[in-house]
Ligand binder design. Structure first.
Ligand SMILES: [Zn+2]
Ligand SMILES: [Zn+2]
Length: 380
């Protein structure tokens, strides 16, 4: 379904370069599409330390680059993208900068680092405005301009919400739903929902605006989810993973929360005892069974009473999962219709950027390849 536009296709890219002296240097490259249709770098800018993240603001052509040494370097690109002029450096962190967000409306630069600090700076004065210590290294950072809430996802699996003022911040809440670290966050300011991707292979949609604490799980990857992007105009979420999968989720679908798993000493269908229920096992002279759970109703059931599998897209399970026999009978074919489309990028995606105006998706992988995808057949 997707069409790749060539492996070198990208406007900005970062990569290591071995210079003629054999010394490692690190560069920022700006790739331009030439008349031939090919992308070639117009700029190779050498950096003093490896680049770890970046944020580009097209309106001001401001490029903020986070480095391994903790510095954020800011540049302005010329109108023809043939020159980048250094503006300032922020000594933002003690070690690698992990995420950067430039907020034009407030002239703020938000960042997180390997030093477990969240910091924000004034991009006009270059002054540090404040900081907050996160519970683990952050790997997801989003900001709601209207309410000035910042969302920080970290390696412990926690998401922290802070309210930022000009020079201080307050903790609003923290929440936790993943069994692995948070790898990416994506905020939809219109529906006021936050998406978190995790190394536990799942994406969770948190209904922040609804204030009911609803959390919908999306299971569509066989490996770590590593990057997220949201197409606001079509309400589609794009999740990318270590399995090379690009999953496009229809978020117009009303999904339900997965049920709490019930605890029981015996199967809630056939009453056979589970193996830790020694009293009942002794009374009925039967060997205990392993406990399983139906993903649809949450009941504790034995293997015999949950022998079938089904996808439950309306609960976020795009892959087949264990269901009890009665739930299996009750699920209609209509309910089994997929609510996401699946595509193979053929590389381990670590970063994505979606350009909504063109419907193009840029993916970069651990294979050092950047791919540009025409998503218009599926994101429309
Ligand atoms: Zn069931
Ligand atoms: Zn049973």
């Amino acid at each position: 379904m997707l069409t790749g536009q060539g492996r070198d296709a990208a406007r900005t890219a970062k990569r290591k370069l071995v210079s003629t002296e054999g010394i490692f240097t690190w560069t920022v490259r700006v790739w331009l599409k030439r008349d031939s249709g090919q992308y070639w770098p117009s700029i190779y800018h050498a950096m003093p330390s490896p680049c770890s993240c970046m944020s580009f603001n097209p309106e001001t052509r401001r490029l903020s680059i986070g480095l391994d040494n903790g510095t954020i370097s800011e540049f302005i690109l010329s109108e023809d993208y043939n020159k980048m002029t250094p503006v300032k450096n922020y000594q933002a962190h003690q070690s690698r900068v992990t995420m950067i967000l430039f907020v034009l409306e407030l002239e703020w630069v938000l960042s997180t680092g390997q030093d477990k600090q969240f910091a924000w700076h004034c991009s006009e004065s270059g002054h540090r405005l404040g900081g907050y210590r996160t519970s683990a290294v952050a790997s997801g950072l989003q900001f709601d301009v209207e309410t000035r809430h910042v969302f920080i996802g970290d390696h412990s699996g926690q998401v922290t919400i802070l309210k930022l003022e000009q020079e201080n911040c307050s903790l609003v809440t923290t929440f936790r739903g993943h069994t692995g670290g948070v790898t990416a966050l994506c905020w939809d300011p219109v529906q006021r929902v936050l998406f978190s991707g995790s190394s536990d292979h799942s994406v969770i949609m948190w209904d922040i605006g609804g204030r009911k604490g609803t959390a919908i799980e999306l299971q569509g990857h066989n490996d770590k989810v590593q990057a997220l992007s949201y197409a606001q105009h079509t309400r589609q979420l794009i999740s990318c993973g270590g399995d090379g999968g690009i999953v496009v989720w229809n978020m117009d679908v009303e999904r339900q929360e997965t049920p709490e798993w019930l605890d029981s000493d015996s199967c809630q269908k056939c009453d056979q005892p589970f193996f830790w229920n020694f009293k009942q096992m002794w009374d009925s002279k039967k060997i205990g069974l392993r406990q399983h759970h139906c993903r649809k109703c949450g009941k504790a059931v034995c293997g015999k009473c949950s022998s079938k599998r089904s996808s439950i897209p309306l609960m976020g399970f795009e892959f087949e999962v264990r269901v009890c026999d009665s739930c299996h009978e009750a699920i209609t074919d209509e309910e089994r219709a997929p609510t996401a489309t699946f595509h193979d990028s053929k590389h381990n995606i670590v970063h994505v950027h979606f350009d909504a105006t063109r419907g193009w998706l840029l993916t970069s992988g651990t294979d050092k390849v950047i791919k540009l995808w025409d998503m218009t057949p599926v994101v429309s």
